[in-house]
Design a protein around this ligand. Structure first.
Ligand SMILES: Nc1nc2c(ncn2[C@@H]2O[C@H](COP(=O)(O)OP(=O)(O)OP(=O)(O)O)[C@@H](O)[C@H]2O)c(=O)[nH]1
Ligand SMILES: [Mg+2]
Length: 393
């Protein structure tokens, strides 16, 4: 059967258009983007990046051997809440971290789980490092849904969030994980003797050789918290977090640090719909799958009372409050912003975002790359607001 010429032309045009779209889609997902968004005029990650200034502790100048009784390590550990099934993804993380940093410093790893670790997990993780690995069960009273939470209300709220396409809304363990990371991990007896932690997750990547002891850096400079990536959150998951926080602040005005980050927390011009959706909170947060922190801060009066207040309010279950916005609000309100540090020199990726500095010590990422994947991810970058209101330190 003959096909009319205009139809043939139309068919050919459709094929060409499809090929064009596929080509463009591939280009946008293959190529890292360094576009400037959200009011940023230049990305400091493109500036040549070296080590922080001042004295640094190095493995060739001090004793960092794994079994030394009298090593230069400070009281710090690498920690991860992880499942047995995630062993292979965790090994990738460990391989990267060992290669770029810990094979020099040999800080211990402490793994946490709500069920016992199996032998396979223990053997394979210990085989990745000269440092000591410890395997800990999360106490039941830290993991169980608290008695004041109504499961009926949880199911109803989760259903509503599901309808808004909020990932993991009905997955109770996700809520438990967020709550544990928010206010319980540092209460685990295995962490009692430690002050600093570096949190790692399965399947994250590290790109840059770091040749100084980052825990000693935290201690020597009196740093409270270190991050790599600064992001917007989904407002639907934290609608009541800021109103609940404001009530806490009204009842405890003296807890607010004089040098707080309120301007960053309440910024409302860059993505006004986010600030509005979260009832006054910009949703900007430190992405907590990477964090290096001082547990003395979290164990302190202000943060402890704040967590207790949030926990009682129920938003870890009735909404989907993440540990990232909760830590970020705690740090942003009660810590001195001079003591928060952007580890720009630690090249890092948790899908889909990156922190990739311009440094000969890095390989495997492109300087300034913020995301890999669809273009819209770029606007999730909250660093422009952070740099403006807090700084690039
Ligand atoms: N043991 C244990 N670990 C968990 C559980 N839920 C989450 N985790 C760990 O907690 C961390 C965060 O969980 P993820 O599922 O990666 O959460 P996420 O990063 O928000 O989500 P993704 O973007 O899918 O990675 C990871 O290290 C997980 O291995 C759990 O129920 N039990
Ligand atoms: Mg994750």
């Amino acid at each position: 059967m003959a096909v009319a010429r205009p139809i043939r032309m139309l068919g050919a045009a459709c094929i060409l258009l499809t090929l064009f779209l596929i080509f463009n889609l591939r280009q946008s997902s293959d190529q890292p983007s360094t576009k400037l968004v959200n009011g940023m005029t230049r990305d400091p990650l493109l500036d040549p990046t070296g080590e922080p200034e001042g004295e640094l502790w190095r493995a060739d100048e001090h004793d960092y051997s794994p079994d030394s009784e009298d090593s230069a390590r400070t009281n710090a550990a690498l920690i991860s809440l992880v499942r047995n099934e995630e062993i292979n993804d965790l090994l990738h993380t460990m391989r990267d971290l060992e290669r770029t940093w810990n094979n020099k410093f040999n800080y211990p790893y402490i793994f946490f789980n709500d069920v016992p670790f199996d032998d396979n997990f223990k053997e394979k993780t210990q085989a990745m490092t000269k440092a000591k690995c410890h395997y800990e069960l999360v106490p039941k009273e830290h993991w169980d849904v608290p008695s004041w939470i109504s499961m009926d209300l949880f199911r109803e709220s989760a259903q509503m969030l599901e309808e808004e396409n909020i990932q993991y809304a009905s997955k109770i363990s996700y809520h438990q994980m967020c709550r544990w990371n928010s206010g319980l991990f540092y209460k685990h007896p295995a962490l009692e003797k430690y002050r600093y932690y570096w949190r790692i997750e399965p399947k994250v990547k590290f790109f840059c050789n770091v040749d100084y002891d980052v825990f000693r850096y935290m201690e020597d400079r009196n740093k409270t918290y270190g991050f790599t990536i600064n992001l917007y959150d989904a407002p639907q998951t934290i609608r009541q977090l800021w109103p609940t926080t404001k009530k806490f602040l009204a009842a405890n005005p003296s807890y607010l640090n004089e040098n707080n980050m309120l301007d960053w927390i309440t910024e409302d011009t860059i993505r006004p719909e986010h600030t509005e959706g979260a009832n006054g909170y910009s949703t900007c947060h430190f992405w907590s799958n990477f964090e290096i922190g001082d547990m003395d801060f979290f164990r302190g009066e202000q943060y402890e009372a704040y967590f207790e207040h949030l926990d009682r309010a129920g938003g870890f279950f009735y909404e989907r409050w993440g540990d990232a916005p909760v830590h970020s609000l705690g740090i942003g309100l009660f810590a001195d912003s001079n003591n928060v540090h952007w580890f720009r020199d630690i090249g890092y990726n948790h899908i889909p975002y990156y922190n990739c500095p311009n440094s000969p010590k890095c390989s495997g990422c492109d300087a300034g790359q913020f995301f890999a994947g669809a273009d819209w991810l770029q606007k999730e970058d909250c660093r422009p607001s952070y740099f403006k209101h807090v700084g690039t330190h």
